[in-house]
Design a protein around this ligand. Structure first.
Ligand code: 13P
Length: 225
């Protein structure tokens, strides 16, 4: 089933992987593979803070058609917050920021109040939050327009949610949060299964971890979406 002109997001989340050398190799490979360009598919690569300048430089020079995202952002403006990277700093290199990934909720105890502050900071500096939720009941802060539904059991497990259930949850998220424009599915998305999600009427794309780390697989994901 073709989706007409509806926009699809294919978003990579590298998590805590890749050195600068590995990032450069990935970018070179992506260029060599004749990365397909389409105005219907927005491709975003979310990377560790240390790799943001490399992606920016590379995409500026090689005119690679990918947008750049961070994987997190500080809940504060500039200030004495050792170890934090604030939204103004991220915006120098990126247009998106993942906020509220389940790994941050679980390992760093990030709660609704903190995530709301992060969303506010991102919006203040024109970063689009990619706000992650675990199900249709997860709180979504005001101003969020792009959401990723990532059920915990499906993350890194090799067992994705069924497209039928993802469709149902995503439809409910949209009904409950009318200002949310796009909702993606994430969790064990692979080149072989991405189109079972992206052809579902309410699903607007995919947030991909493991399968985004190899350039060849990432290109296959974009082609197959
Ligand atoms: P995997 O694609 O590795 O299951 O990870 C999903 C995810 O957490 C993306 O943010």
């Amino acid at each position: 089933m073709r989706r007409g002109m509806k926009k699809l997001f294919i978003i990579a989340n590298w998590k805590s992987y890749k050195t600068s050398l590995e990032a450069k190799e990935w970018l070179q490979e992506l260029t060599n593979l004749q990365f397909p360009v389409s105005s219907e598919k927005e491709v975003v690569v979310c990377v560790p803070f240390t790799l943001l300048p490399i992606l920016k430089e590379y995409t500026d020079e090689a005119t690679l058609s990918v947008k750049i995202g961070a994987e997190d952002v500080s809940p504060f403006e500039e200030g004495a917050d050792t170890g934090e990277v604030n939204a103004e700093q991220v915006k120098e290199f990126a247009d998106y920021a993942i906020i509220g990934h389940s790994e941050r909720r679980k390992y760093f105890n990030e709660d609704d109040a903190l995530l709301t502050q992060k969303v506010q900071m991102a919006l203040q500096f024109q970063l689009t939050p990619i706000f992650c939720v675990q199900d249709e009941n997860t709180f979504i802060p005001e101003g969020v327009t792009l959401v990723a539904y990532e059920p915990i059991f499906a993350i890194g497990s090799g067992t994705p949610d069924t497209p039928e259930n993802a469709e149902k949850v995503i439809k409910t998220i949209k009904l409950k949060n009318p200002s949310v424009q796009y909702v993606l599915y994430g969790g064990s998305v692979k080149p072989e299964n991405i189109n079972t999600f992206t052809t579902s009427p309410s699903i607007d794309g995919a947030l991909v971890g493991g399968a985004s780390l190899e350039a060849e697989k990432f290109v296959a994901l974009i082609k197959n979406a």
